[in-house]
Design a protein around this ligand. Structure first.
Ligand SMILES: [Fe+2]
Ligand SMILES: [Fe+2]
Length: 286
C-alpha cells in the first residue's frame, strides 16, 4: 500500500466543517465574488458593456456556477463511493474515501449556501452534463476511469479557484475568498489522493487499454470544460443583459475563454499524458 495514501489518510483524520468554520458575516455586498479576468465573458463586448454593479452581479452568477459544478461532482463522488460501500477496497483507500465523503458533503452545504446567497437557486447553471453523469454513474471506484474523472473534476475546478485567488484575492468579497481558500485546502489532499489512486490503476493497464483510456478522457474532458466553464443562457438571462443567447454563443466561440479553460485543465492533462506514457513498473506506487 502506498506511503502517500497512508500520509494523506493521516492528514485527513481531523474534520473541519465549513458551515461552522467559515465567517459568514464577512460578506461584503459591494465587492465582487470573482475578479473580472476569470469571468466567462472576459474580452467580449457583453462584459465590456457592464458597469461595476452589473460586473459585481455577474461575478456572483459565475461563482454560483463554480459551486454548482462542485455540487454535481461531489454528489457523483459520494453516490458512487457509497453505492457499493468500501468493502472491496484496501482499508487505507476506504479511509480516504470516507474522509472525502464527509468533506464533500460539507463542501456541498457550503456551495449550496453560496448559490442561495447569490439568489440563483433553481437556475440551470451548468451546461449539458447528461452524458458525463450517465458515465460516472456506471464507473466503479476500483476503475482508473472513475479516478480520472474525479481527478479531472477536482483539478479543473481547483485551478479555476486558484486563478481567481491569484488574479485578485485582496479585492474580492472576503466571504467568497474564504470559501475558495477553504475548498482549496481540502482539495489539495483530494487531488493528491486521486492522482495516487489513478497512477496505480493506470500501472495495471495494457498498452491498447491505455490508448483507449487516453482517447476517452480527451473526449470527456472537452464536454466537461464546456459544461462547467462556459455560461448557460439561463444564467445570463438571470442577469438581465441584452441578448443572453448571443452572449452565451459568443463565450462558446471565444478564443480567450478556450485558452483559459485549457489552462485550467493543464495540470490534469499533463499528469494523465505523462502517466499513460510511463512503463508499468514506474506507475505502480504513488
Ligand atoms: Fe469538494
Ligand atoms: Fe474533492
Amino acid at each position: 500500500m502506498s506511503k502517500t495514501l497512508r500520509q494523506l489518510a493521516e492528514l485527513g483524520a481531523e474534520y473541519r466543517d465549513p458551515i461552522a468554520v467559515i465567517d459568514w458575516s464577512a460578506a461584503d455586498e459591494l465587492r465582487p465574488w470573482l475578479p473580472p479576468e476569470v469571468l466567462s465573458l472576459a474580452g467580449l463586448p457583453a462584459q465590456a458593456a457592464m458597469d461595476a454593479g452589473m460586473l459585481n452581479r455577474f461575478s456572483r452568477v459565475e461563482f454560483a456556477r463554480l459551486c454548482a459544478a462542485g455540487l454535481w461532482l461531489e454528489g457523483l463522488l459520494i453516490s458512487r463511493v457509497m453505492k457499493d460501500g468500501c468493502l472491496t477496497t484496501q482499508p487505507v483507500e476506504a479511509r480516504i474515501m470516507l474522509q472525502e465523503v464527509r468533506e464533500e458533503a460539507g463542501h456541498s452545504l457550503m456551495f449550496l449556501e453560496m448559490v442561495d446567497r447569490a439568489g440563483l437557486g433553481g437556475v440551470p447553471l451548468l451546461g449539458d452534463i447528461r452524458l458525463l453523469s450517465w458515465i460516472a454513474h456506471r464507473l466503479h471506484p476500483d476503475s482508473a476511469e472513475f479516478w480520472a474523472m474525479v481527478y479531472i473534476g477536482e483539478s479543473v475546478t481547483d485551478s479555476f479557484a486558484l486563478a481567481a485567488l491569484r488574479a485578485d484575492s485582496e479585492n474580492i468579497c472576503p466571504l467568497a475568498r474564504e470559501v475558495l481558500q477553504f475548498h482549496h485546502k481540502d482539495e489539495a489532499r483530494h487531488i493528491a489522493a486521486a492522482r495516487t489512486l489513478l497512477k496505480t490503476r493506470i500501472g495495471a493497464m495494457s498498452a491498447p487499454r491505455r490508448w483507449l483510456f487516453r482517447a476517452t478522457l480527451k473526449f470527456l474532458l472537452k464536454r466537461f470544460l464546456r459544461a462547467t466553464l462556459y455560461p448557460t443562457e439561463a444564467s445570463l438571462r438571470a442577469l438581465n443583459i441584452p441578448d443572453p443567447a448571443g452572449a452565451a454563443r459568443a463565450a462558446a466561440q471565444s478564443p480567450e475563454r478556450r485558452v483559459f479553460a485549457e489552462d485550467c485543465a493543464l495540470s490534469a492533462t499533463r499528469f494523465i499524458e505523462r502517466t499513460v506514457m510511463l512503463p508499468p513498473e514506474l506507475t505502480g506506487e504513488g
